[in-house]
Design a protein around this ligand. Sequence first.
Ligand code: FRU
Length: 479
Amino acid sequence: SYTLEQYRPRFHFTPKAHWMNDPNGLVYSHGTYHLFYQYYPDSTVWGPMHWGHAVSKDMLHWKPRPIALKPDSLGYIFSGSAVIDKQNTSGFGANAMIAIFTYHDPVKEKQGAIDTQTQGIAYSLDKGETWTKYKHNPVIKNPGITDFRDPKVFWNDETNSWQMALVAKDHVEFYESANLKDWKKLSDFRFPDDPPLGVWECPDLFKMRVGDTDEEKWVLIVSHGGNSAPNGGSGTRYFVGDYNGKTFTTDQKQSQWIDYGTDNYAGVTYNNVPNNERLFIGWMSNWEYAQTTPTTTWRSAMTLPRSLSLIKSNNRYILKSQLLDTFKSIIKPVEEGSISGHLPYDFTYEKLQESFISFHAEIKDSLQIQFSNSKGEHYTISYHKDSGVLSADRSQSGLVDFNPNYKNFSFQTIPVGVRDSLSFKIVLDASSIELFINDGVYALTNQIFPTEPYTAFQINSDVTISNFEIKQVENVFDL
Ligand code: FRU
């Protein structure tokens, strides 16, 4: 069972013990959502990468499974994806689950070689429980560059073939295959960033319908290391454009970001989900300080799963991130008696850090929302109508000195524009706050480490609040 400690989330996925980073191999099959993840089972910091594994029926209650993929003579097992081979194109067996991942060769790296990353595949005939690596790995060789990784493979029913988005240092490459073993390069996608962003990682490509219209667009997701994201640290952006089965193009002039907080990285979406749902999970941390966060036996959580949708507003495509419908099944109304004070502007609630809060705010000039504990540690969300900027400040949220980068990125902003009203959905767990504004048009995800849980909630009185709700979120792990 899980070790219960102060910062262990109650309803976000965490490994029972040791180090985790990116979500990998997100695939749905026969009623089960599989979550594989970058895992180092010998330490609470990054090391020789394995694929850990967990399964769920609702993406909220997760059951840990044995480690799926371990390093071998070709290297560590870096990030990648998984598919269900319904037509047995690979010959590994009908409905085989096939993982496509990056091998990172530490031996070559030590020798000073740069061509250390190649792509490999492995298959499972028992729902991801046991795996066999393909004997002719690697299936894509290294072309002579350092960063060449994170294959996202999907079945493209327009081309009737397997297609792959892969990152190569500062661009995305697309590949195609009939059998997942023999791959042919199709094209490159580059974007004129000035200055260039950090290394390109963890791509994803998928088609989406625009709102309720018949228009369809393709969305390309890329994560960036270094302090590329709008608020510093590592972050994930998206491009909306067209993909003709070979090349991706976009009219977009600027980067758009999936999340304006510091703790949503390397996120990608599920393959094979029914009804064209686009379900996303990110790693709820940031390379700038991930290995030093103040947890003990385990390190890092995933974001709550999010359902992505595409809308068009003022001639701009926007990718929205929303909580899943199934999230409703783990929240329950809070008993009247447990909240005191003047609702909803100012109250205390013992289980604030296991709660879901939603409301609508009519704003005169500004808005301030604060979560705090009896030690005065606090997390503040502010909005100023004249500047149109919403900000989140965690600089006094609790432990902040464990890494200077955490402190440096403690003040975060979202340019939401001048608005008379905003809607908020806020999810608080033991060491995170996820904020969704206007139905997920903007998301802001942060880790926080208060030395004692927050129990007080305040909204300044300059605003009119409606539809206020606070709900308690179930503890989904057997701690
Ligand atoms: C992203 C990443 C990937 C890589 C993996 C290694 O966080 O750097 O590019 O495959 O982590 O663990």
